[in-house]
Design a protein around this ligand. Structure first.
Ligand code: C5P
Length: 236
């Protein structure tokens, strides 16, 4: 498989065409951003950690029957993925109150939620990715009604698998963000990444943060934390 032209460059990844029209080549970058790009830094080693963590998690999800765009890891910073049509949605699943949920609703950070709370955000940088509801998804034709049902069910199923997995790693899965895409045959699959950039991961014993909040809040170096997540994942 050969890498061809750059198709898209996001904040954390570059996507390249390949000689197969259904396959893309992903390169994870070392760039870290927060606040929709307001804070931006190059952090040596972040790309390879997120690529390895995402690859391992997508493989584990596949073993549990959860389909994704992931084909295989190519190198420390690269993956092959299936080309899918992305839904312009961010799907957040929350098990514990934190972040914007706590700020918006005045719920104490760390409070266990009585059920997994699911939220949709419109993926649009110019609007700062606003939170939206299912009527907004329908009115803006972001996904068909049947697709929304499938996306919600998959997100909740992924949460169950990840909760168990992170518990085995002695990590509390507080919340995370998912993205979904549609394959050429119309099936809906998990896409993008699952990494400490897109999850809140707290050590079960110490409550230490093992995720991007440490960068967002200027609390220290994220590399040893992301490395710790990868090490624990490799020990499973
Ligand atoms: O900031 P907020 O509390 O809404 O974030 C919820 C979860 O979604 C966090 O785990 C965060 O890392 C993730 N997220 C993300 N990308 C965004 C917004 C949130 O990965 N653009």
């Amino acid at each position: 498989m050969d890498m061809k032209e750059l198709l898209y460059e996001g904040k954390a990844k570059e996507l390249y065409e390949t000689d197969d029209p259904d396959t893309l080549w992903v390169k994870y970058k070392n760039q870290a951003t927060a606040g929709n790009g307001a804070k931006k830094e190059t952090i040596e080693g972040k790309g390879k950690l997120n690529n390895q963590i995402t690859s391992l998690l997508f493989e584990k999800l596949k073993e549990k029957g959860i389909p994704s765009h992931f084909i295989k890891q190519l190198s420390e910073t690269e993956q092959l993925i299936q080309k899918v049509e992305m839904f312009p949605l961010e799907v957040v699943v929350r098990n514990v109150a934190a972040g914007s949920f706590s700020r918006r609703l005045g719920v104490e950070e760390g409070k266990e939620l009585s059920f997994p709370v699911l939220e949709f955000y419109l993926k649009k940088d110019e609007l700062n990715d606003p939170i939206i509801n299912e009527d907004h998804v329908k009115e803006l034709a972001l996904a068909a009604e049947g697709e929304v049902v499938k996306i919600k069910n998959q997100a909740l199923e992924i949460n169950q698998v990840l909760l168990k997995l992170f518990k085995e790693m002695n990590i509390r899965l507080v919340d995370f963000k998912l993205e979904f895409g549609k394959t050429s045959d119309g099936s809906i699959v998990l896409a993008d990444e699952i990494s400490p950039d897109t999850c809140r991961l707290w050590d079960l014993d110490t409550n230490d943060r093992l995720d991007k909040d440490v960068f967002r809040k200027d609390l220290g170096d994220i590399i040893p934390l992301y490395q710790e997540v990868l090490t624990r994942l490799n020990q499973l």
